[in-house]
Design a protein around this ligand. Structure first.
Ligand code: MIG
Length: 776
């Protein structure tokens, strides 16, 4: 072994081993007979470089940077990694039959990750294949699905570590399935390339992992509002038959008006495949959407954004000169040397070959009219890619290939490449406005370009529950902006035939959970799932919760900013904060940001819930009842989802709006007894290079004194709002001092009071003395 330069080691032999130490506890291993750069997801060396030492004793080589140390056993050809004197990873690598096998010792209980999966949250005991596929409606345990990510997050007894397989190719992860103490990763090709990330806590691992693969940029603020969508019946039998969907201009406008009339906040309306002419992307139906421009204008004026679906399809039209031109340019996926013709919604279809840059540029250009006439977002579906939508008749996909290589080698990255093309379209036609792209498929890194949703779920209770672990897992894998179709999408499940219409009760439970999804979208096939279709009671429940979502926007937006800083997801499993607490390893509860614990009701007919609260003080959001942690049981009538607030929480809120940006609004900081801190992020919410402002808030209690410090706003953006502070959980305070001046609350509430602190162009110190907390 020799040192190549400061942070690289090389071990030559039958296989070459190149080890690169990257800042903050990250090590990259490249073991190869032949380097295969085109199959890597990332080629980053951008992390802080460190200096490594190396020494040899007997048949052992020791190397490291002083923090992470590697011992290589020459005889056994095995690596041992330790950090801060914790031995955290022992593994070896074997090449066999043009595949590399990485054997990792893992005796501990918890293994998370691998992206979007409908299997159990803790993956221990499973063997999983990573290849993007369209399951066309999935059920629990179907695997794989649309979106795979070769990242594992492992939680040990006093440490965590991450494993990222740096390949776009198919891989198989055996997670203690064949062997109880071993994870075996099977990777195709003559190079195996992986990163090992050490962390004291899982939060450290996520931070470093997302530094490698990239983080999601801030979304446009409106995308954090409520989204409404509906799908037509898939036109499998005849393209003339379409039912459901928002199938004409009047329909779309009607839906929009209903939201405003009923005062249910909503920002986004989706147009599914039936807005097009014969389902051809980049067309509008000449009759049903004849005046689409004026429709878009009206909607925009009412405060709605419109998102249109775009599938990776071009209808096979050999008679069209345009089509022939692109055919000649080799813009489409091939089979052997001929163009590959599959079936999409337009019928016979060809598929853009996004592995070519010219194709991505051409595809971006195709968005001109959509984006210039008032469409605000693009929804990419069928991008696994799905080559055949016919019910009967399989297409032979062997020998289908891209310019860059075979279908199997490149399909995992197809959706990312399509999203990049779409991202370029926004750059061209929306200039400095933030893109909004929603993608079904994807791979590591998709978060840099698109939000994702969990595809064709089913309107039943098991999918309500499944949505939690699916979104949590995507969050751990670096995708913060994720949602599941609220209410469930599929109504007919063909594989084991049954109907699954969303019931009023299920919708009520789903919407009260769904407002905490980072992406809050109701979508369904054929049957309406707008908040008012399930009767008065459920409409009121939906309204209550969608309004709560809008009240929480400043908090949620700040969490998206936090993701840009440290990679943290918006929706978080409890174990991120309490990794050593076995009972925090669960998927029937989760945290929204650091402060809100949500315990949804997941069973039909149930009107109460058993909740686990990690050891510390929590407040029931609704009643302000105090808990010290442990297992509790709470009432949960149909209009109530149990929510608990961590002591010391600081939650910035705003008034209810019909849509984001409707008017300027003030911000109220809801502060709970205890110690905590939070940073409020604000900007214009729309432009990529917006100026921004940061406000740090610190909350602390000492004896009968409660203090809060709202620091001077930093940054160049002037949010032009006032700040209020709502102290919750307090009965009275003898004195309220704001920067040493006595003031009075502007409003008294049952469970606290609100004070006006104006603006924070200067530091603001609030001192409450001789306080009496609510005693519940
Ligand atoms: O199966 O465009 O996941 O959200 O409504 C049909 C029609 C194809 C699948 C998507 C779904 C969408 C539907 N599409």
């Amino acid at each position: 072994m020799r040192i190549l330069n400061d942070n690289k080691l090389m071990l030559e032999g039958d296989e070459n081993t190149l080890i690169t130490f990257l800042g903050e506890n990250v090590v990259n291993f490249k073991i190869y007979r032949r380097l295969e750069p085109k199959y890597r997801v990332i080629d980053t060396e951008s992390l802080r470089k460190v200096k490594v030492y190396i020494s040899k004793r007997d048949d052992r080589i020791f190397a490291g940077d002083g923090r992470i140390n590697i011992t290589y056993n020459l005889k056994k050809r095995a690596f041992k990694l330790s950090c801060n004197n914790i031995d955290f990873c022992a593994h070896n690598v074997i090449l066999s039959n043009k595949k590399y096998f990485i054997h990792i010792m893992w005796k501990n209980e918890y293994v998370y990750g691998l992206g979007e999966r409908a299997v159990k949250f803790n993956r221990r005991g499973l063997r999983l294949r990573l290849l993007n596929m369209d399951p066309s409606v999935y059920r629990a345990n179907d695997d794989p699905l649309y979106l795979n990510i070769p990242f594992l997050l492992m939680i040990g007894e006093n440490f965590s570590y991450g494993f990222f397989l740096n390949t776009i190719r198919e891989s198989i992860f055996d997670l203690c399935h064949n062997n109880d103490d071993k994870i075996v990763v099977e990777s195709h090709g003559l190079e195996v390339n992986y990163y090992i990330i050490f962390g004291r806590s899982p939060i450290d691992v996520i931070r470093e992992y997302t530094k490698l693969v990239g983080r999601a940029p801030l979304p446009p603020l409106w995308a954090l509002g409520y989204h409404q969508s509906r799908a037509p019946f898939p036109p499998i039998f005849s393209i003339k038959m379409i039912i459901g969907g928002y199938r004409n201009e009047e329909n779309v406008l009607k839906i929009a008006e209903e939201f405003r009339k009923r005062k249910i906040p909503c920002d986004v309306i989706y147009l599914d495949i039936d807005y097009m002419d014969g389902f051809k992307p980049f067309t509008w139906h000449p009759k049903r959407f004849k005046n689409y421009r004026s429709m878009l204008k009206k909607l925009n004026r009412m405060g709605f954004k419109v998102v249109t679906i775009i599938d990776p399809y071009i209808k096979y039209e050999p008679q069209s000169p345009m089509f022939r031109k692109y055919l000649e340019k080799n813009f489409f996926v091939k089979r052997d040397d001929k163009i590959f013709i599959g079936y999409g919604w337009p019928g016979k279809t060809v598929f853009p070959d996004f592995t070519r840059e010219e194709v991505r540029e051409w595809w971006a250009q195709l968005h001109k009219d959509l984006l210039e006439s008032g469409v605000s977002g693009i929804w990419n579906d069928m991008n696994e890619p799905t080559f055949n939508v016919r019910l009967f008749g399989k297409k032979d996909l062997s020998r289908v290939r891209f310019y860059a290589g075979s279908l199997d080698e490149f399909r995992n990255i197809y959706a990312n490449l399509m999203a990049i093309a779409t991202w370029n379209a926004f750059k061209l036609f929306k200039k400095n406005k933030r893109p909004y792209i929603l993608s079904r498929s994807g791979y590591a890194g998709i978060q840099k370009y698109a939000a994702v949703w969990t595809g064709d779920n089913i309107s039943n209770w098991s999918h309500l529950r499944l949505s939690i672990s699916m979104i949590l897992s995507l969050g751990l894998c670096g995708l913060p902006f994720v949602g599941a179709d609220i209410g469930g999408w599929a109504k007919i499940v063909a594989k084991k035939p049954y109907f699954a219409r969303c019931t009023p009760e299920l919708f009520a439970r789903w919407i009260q959970l769904g407002i905490f999804y980072p992406l809050c979208r109701s979508h369904s096939m054929i049957f309406s799932q707008e908040p008012w279709v399930f009767g008065r009671d459920v409409e009121n429940i939906a309204k209550k919760y969608i309004r709560l979502r809008y009240r929480l926007i400043p908090y949620i937006y700040s969490l998206f900013w936090e993701h840009t800083q440290n990679g943290m997801p918006i929706m978080r499993p409890l174990f991120l904060y309490y990794p050593e607490d076995d009972r925090s390893h669960r998927d029937d509860e989760f945290l929204l940001g650091p402060f809100m614990l949500i315990a949804p009701v997941l069973e039909k007919g149930s009107r109460s819930r058993v909740v686990y609260l990690p050891r510390q003080v929590w407040y029931d959001y609704w009643s302000m009842k105090k808990y010290e942690g442990g297992v509790i049981s709470v009432k949960a009538p149909l209009d109530t989802i149990p929510i608990f607030i961590r002591s010391g929480a600081i939650i910035p809120t705003q008034p209810i709006l019909n849509y984001i940006g409707e008017r300027m609004v003030d911000v109220t900081l809801e502060i709970y007894p205890g110690n905590g801190s939070f940073t409020l992020y604000e900007d214009d919410g729309i432009t990529i290079d917006s100026k921004y402002s940061l406000t740090k808030i610190i909350n602390y209690m000492r004896g009968d004194k409660w203090n809060a410090m709202i620091e001077r706003r930093r940054g160049e953006y002037n949010p032009r709002r006032k700040l209020y502070v709502y102290f919750r959980g307090i009965e009275e305070a003898e004195k309220i001092l704001v920067n040493n001046k006595n003031i009075r609350p502007i409003e008294l509430r049952r469970d606290g009071f609100i004070i006006d602190i104006g603006d924070n162009t200067k530091d603001i110190k609030i001192n409450l003395s001789s306080i009496k907390l609510l005693d519940k």
